[in-house]
Design a protein around this ligand. Structure first.
Ligand code: SF4
Ligand code: MSK
Length: 622
């Protein structure tokens, strides 16, 4: 009998129950594959391997005994910086291509019936920022805004539009460093050019381009994704919902919504109310149609529609193990190819929807803005068919109750909760009831016990009167630990507790998905503008304790470029270069006011953040 590692892999009983079940059924999981990979390549972990050309692949010996240069002559500093830059490019490209897909839908408003503008006020507000006459028809304004946003992706502009939201002082910092993003695609392409053999061989120059491309993500691709999602699907408002694997209902047809972009999932939510489909489900023996989210697509529909959330990144294989997941419909990003293999052991259909994200062994049902209604119904019908094929002997739901949470804290919703002005929040920060604000973001990584670091960090911070705002998988982790209910205020220090109780809000606010980290940038820019200071002066920080994705590197980089201290709980592959490490964890602070700190221990990470916040408070004289 092999050892079952469930308790070591996750802090949650729903996950542990499924790990035990799947292991007993002999199914390989992400943690098994990690073990198979160990020991992982030391050169790659340090960032010291390069395969950018056919003279290589090359490696630099970190102990100074073997080769110190690649075949072309690139040394450790250049190789590490180039690798990091390519990771930032990939992360920025992922968020931004997601944003572009939304702009494409925006450009078709009035020409396709599946989509409409649900927040006209926001459409007009954002259009005015782009210098568009917002008095025209909704269709015309939507079209013009889409065209203006497409321009942000190109290479004709000197600066993308939404960077103008930051304080003037911040723009000046970026101008001085030559890192104002000019075009979203342009900055990503320029990284790919500069990291080709024989182009940019100055590691510091490469790192500056990393910051520029990351800003093109934060204030470009990601911010556009958030703004257009709000325009099309509604700006989130506070609402209650439930979370964990118990949100799946054994008696209903279960459809999991996985990936990142709300374009498809929003249509599935609408179709799930279709009387005829509900009737079909009942004829098949189900009590109804139940939806549950995974990862950031889950966050999108949770924030806007209160759709229950099954879990975050490391739950995606486990959810299939309930034996009650009839369809997992995916768009793109963070979808492990392994789910197709796990699904084969059950009756579950994995449905891919995007021409740019196909999986071998999955059912491909391609969604376009023109066919969305019809395809959404097709997916639900497929789920009903699969429901009939369930294998009762393989069904086992975890014996836990769904956890309640409060979600929907867009910047607009936070302002509403504050009575329309930032002043009450600023007063609480000034008088010390709230010591500071921390954005806890990013993924799960099987190298970290699932959710343990996210939760420990959030608890320590709120206990110390620091307001936590979270997104992505970190947000899901905190919600499962019941930190997103107004009652969780009793875990906070006296000051934060008083503020939360007065406003009836949780001490950990859910701001949304990964692209919604742009909401944090918007909020911090507004606070800094209100106080007449730079973002880097604020008592704020970021943390990505369990990150795995290149997107998280891009997010961390745009936080640092914006002047924030960012704690990473998983070491990035930069330790092969003293210079790169030194720049990113120290020297960059004198340039942007922000820097990275690598600290896997959440207690120590919290200490570092709290000291940083107190230091900033002292300098602000508050
Ligand atoms: Fe080797 Fe240089 Fe080619 Fe990289 S670019 S693989 S270091 S020769
Ligand atoms: S889904 S990027 S695992 S947060 Fe955005 Fe989660 Fe990280 Fe994907």
């Amino acid at each position: 009998m092999y050892r079952n590692f469930a308790e070591e892999y996750s802090v949650h009983e729903d996950a542990r129950a499924m790990i035990r079940k799947l292991k007993n059924e002999g199914i390989q999981l992400v943690w098994d594959r990690l073990k198979e990979q160990e020991p992982q390549c030391g050169y790659c972990s340090l960032g010291l391997s390069c395969r950018n050309c056919a003279m290589g692949p090359c490696r630099v010996d970190p102990f100074g005994e073997g080769p110190q240069k690649g075949v072309c002559g690139a040394d450790a500093d250049v190789i590490v910086a180039r690798n990091l830059a390519r990771a930032v490019a990939s992360g920025a490209a992922s968020h931004s291509d997601h944003g572009r897909d939304l702009v494409e839908v925006l450009s078709r408003i009035g020409r396709v019936d599946a989509y409409t503008v649900r927040d006209v006020e926001k459409l007009k507000r954002v259009a005015r920022e782009y210098g568009i006459d917002a008095t025209k028809s909704v269709e015309e304004v939507a079209f013009q805004l889409s065209q203006a946003m497409f321009e942000d992706f190109g290479s004709k502009k000197e600066r993308i539009q939404l960077v103008n939201r930051v304080p003037k002082k911040r723009i000046e910092v970026w101008e001085k460093l030559g890192i104002v993003p000019r075009g979203i695609d342009r900055e990503v392409v320029e990284i790919m050019h500069r990291t080709h053999m024989g182009v940019d061989n100055d590691p510091v120059n490469l790192l500056l381009q990393c910051l520029r491309a990351s800003l093109a993500d934060g204030f470009g691709g990601s911010m556009i994704a958030t703004e257009v999602s709000d325009i099309l699907f509604g700006t989130p408002e506070p609402k209650k919902a439930t979370i964990n694997l118990a949100t799946l209902k054994e008696s209903e047809v279960n459809i999991l919504l996985h990936g990142h972009n709300p374009i498809v999932s929003d249509a599935i939510v609408d179709a799930s109310y279709d009387e005829e489909l509900i009737k079909l489900a009942k004829e098949a023996g189900a009590e109804g149609i139940n939806l549950a989210g995974l990862c950031c697509t889950g966050n999108e529909v949770l924030m806007r529609k209160g759709v229950p959330m099954a879990g975050n990144h490391l739950i995606q294989e486990l959810v299939i193990g309930t034996g009650a997941a009839d369809v997992i419909i995916v768009d793109y990003q963070c979808i492990m190819p392994a789910i197709v293999d796990v699904a084969k052991c059950y009756h579950t259909a994995v449905v891919t929807t995007s021409p740019k994200a196909k999986f071998r062994g999955a059912t491909h049902i391609e969604f376009t803005p023109e066919n969305t209604h019809e395809k959404a119904k097709e997916v639900i019908k497929l789920a009903i068919e699969r429901f009939k094929e369930r294998k009762p002997e393989l069904i086992k739901m975890p014996s836990v109750e769904p956890v309640e949470l409060m979600t929907g804290f867009s910047v607009e919703a936070i302002l509403n909760a504050l009575g329309g002005s930032l002043q009450p929040l600023l007063d609480a920060v000034k008088d010390g009831r709230i010591r500071g604000i921390v954005g806890s973001v990013g993924c799960n990584n099987p190298k970290v016990k699932q959710d343990s670091s996210h939760i420990a960090l959030a608890k320590k911070l709120i206990e110390s009167d620091v307001l936590v705002v979270d997104t992505g998988c970190a947000a899901v982790a905190d919600a499962k630990a019941s930190l997103k209910t107004p009652e969780a205020a009793k875990l906070a220090g006296d000051g934060l507790r008083g503020v939360c109780e007065a406003l009836s809000v949780p001490p950990v606010l859910h701001l949304g998905s990964c692209v919604d980290n742009s909401r944090i940038l918007v909020a911090l820019s507004a606070i800094a503008n209100e106080l007449g200071v730079d973002i880097s002066d604020l008592p704020v920080a970021g943390a990505a304790m369990e990150w795995y994705s290149e997107k998280a590197i891009a997010i961390g980089a745009y936080f640092v470029a914006s002047g924030l201290l960012v704690v990473l709980g998983v070491p990035p592959p930069i330790y092969g270069s003293k210079l790169v490490l030194d720049v990113l964890t120290d020297k960059v602070e004198s340039l942007t006011g922000g820097k990275f700190v690598v600290e896997p221990d959440p207690e120590k990470a919290a200490e570092i953040i709290l000291n940083h916040i107190e230091e900033k408070r002292k300098r602000l004289g508050i």
